[in-house]
Design a protein around this ligand. Structure first.
Ligand code: AMP
Ligand code: GLY
Length: 416
């Protein structure tokens, strides 16, 4: 397993309980993965280093967690050494690596998405802001850890985002229409033969503060299932979005295999793509995999998954100041008490051991505290009870409204 965040902790945890797996390594991993896997140091952004390590430890399968090694070509480097991996090649990873590329593929495949255009020049980008009108959506073209998107009704802020995105030569910015509607993340495993296996849909909370205020982040929480989602949503998205995208990538000679993450807005005109990612989402993976009953390796090789019907809610406990200027180095305590809450799982994300062995923050998103229960209300209660036990020196920050509306609605309607 390559990576070190909450997503990789959840993937390692699923692999550790998989009967097909007899040894598990995580690189670089974190103090949580060290409890269930052998951690190895690794510069995950270096494809040759990834392939060297896989060779050195004789890995039968290398699962790449984050987008950076995928876009850099880790899967290509592994393939050159004849080693098996889960994830797209660098060429196919451009679906996430370039928003303009993803738009071009969607256009060619007839996939519903926001109208948009890409720009290299400030004046034409500013003109497009006025053409699409508020709320303005400005996207930096390249990878930005979920922080390259500005959605604002303030024209000056939108113009500042344009200037910022075009600060260097060859930079590119995408201006697009605002999509109005609830967001859904749907993960699809795409096999080498092009077949698509959808996972359970989840919802992510991207903004830093309650009531969807504050800046965009990598994700502050997630839940599954979505009791409010329209019937047939998953099948519809597979047919109208995943399959045409996979077919178009094959037609271009850059076939996609691995995990296609479809970020959707459910608009009045049906589901439309907000973004593609080429790897599992974080923190959606933490909730989705907590419901997986069948072996993860079977799912990764295209087998049909089975899910339990529990609900799961993840609350990200972040360092104060995340995402703009997270305060790192604070000592973390209360993990044992949090993990002792029945149904709770505490996934490490931005943590490390200091030289004295103390657990300290090493990233903005510190822990992915996950609660499970019979329904969303129970899972939520479990997650928040567990999160309440966590303390970080210098303070901690989490949203208090993850899954709140969905849990209330499910309780009122008597559905789970
Ligand atoms: P992205 O990195 O493209 O997923 O964008 C991050 C977040 O910005 C999304 O999850 C949405 O909340 C928001 N967003 C991006 N594009 C749009 C859009 N066209 N309309 C509305 N919100 C958007
Ligand atoms: N949770 C959003 C992402 O993984 O991109």
């Amino acid at each position: 397993m390559v990576g070190s965040g909450g997503r990789e902790s959840a993937l390692c945890s699923a692999l550790a309980r998989d009967p097909n797996v007899n040894a598990l390594a995580c690189a670089p991993g974190n103090p949580g993965t060290a409890e269930i896997a052998e951690n190895y140091p690794l510069d995950a952004s270096d494809p040759q280093a990834v392939a060297d390590l896989a060779e050195q430890i004789g890995a039968d399968l290398t699962v790449i967690g984050p987008e950076v090694p995928l876009v850099a070509g880790a899967v290509d480097a592994l393939a050159e050494r004849g080693r098996s991996s889960f994830g797209p090649t660098a060429a196919a990873a451009q679906l996430e690596g370039s928003k303009a590329f993803a738009k071009a593929v969607m256009r060619a495949a007839g996939v519903p998405t926001a109208r948009g255009r890409d720009h290299h020049e400030i004046p034409t980008a500013l003109a497009d802001l006025d053409e699409f009108g508020p709320p303005y959506v400005v996207k930096y073209d390249g990878l930005a850890a979920g922080k390259g998107v500005t959605v604002t009704s303030d024209r000056d802020a939108a113009a500042a985002a344009v200037r910022n995105a075009l600060a260097r030569p060859h930079d590119r910015v995408v201006i697009e229409e605002f999509l109005d509607g609830p967001e859904v993340s749907l993960f699809c495993v795409v096999s080498r033969d092009g077949s698509v296996t959808p996972l359970a849909p989840a919802q992510d909370f991207k903004r830093a503060l309650d009531d969807d205020e504050g800046p965009n982040t990598g994700g502050m929480g997630a839940y599954t299932p979505l009791p409010w989602a329209p019937q047939g949503l998953t099948a519809d998205v597979v047919r109208r979005i995943a399959e045409p995208t996979v077919a178009e990538m094959a037609r271009r000679g850059t076939p996609f295999h691995g995990l296609l993450y479809i970020g959707l807005a459910l608009t009045a005109d049906g589901p439309k793509v907000i973004e593609f990612n080429v790897r599992f989402g974080d923190p959606e993976t933490e909730v989705v995999l907590s419901r997986l009953e069948s072996p993860l390796t079977d799912l990764l090789s295209g087998g049909s998954p089975t899910w339990n019907d529990a609900a799961a809610v993840t609350v990200i406990v972040a360092a104060p100041g995340y995402p703009d200027a997270p305060l790192l180095g604070g000592e973390i305590s209360g993990l044992d008490a949090a993990a002792a809450v029945p149904g709770a799982i505490v996934f490490h994300a931005g943590t490390r051991r200091d030289p004295e062995g103390k657990l300290v923050c090493s990233g903005g998103r510190v822990l992915a505290v996950t609660g499970t229960g019979a329904d969303l209300a129970a899972a939520r209660e479990c997650a928040y009870e567990a999160a309440g036990h966590i303390h970080i020196g210098g303070g901690q920050h989490f949203r208090t409204d993850i899954a709140l509306t969905a849990a209330r609605r499910a309780t009122q309607e008597g559905v789970v």
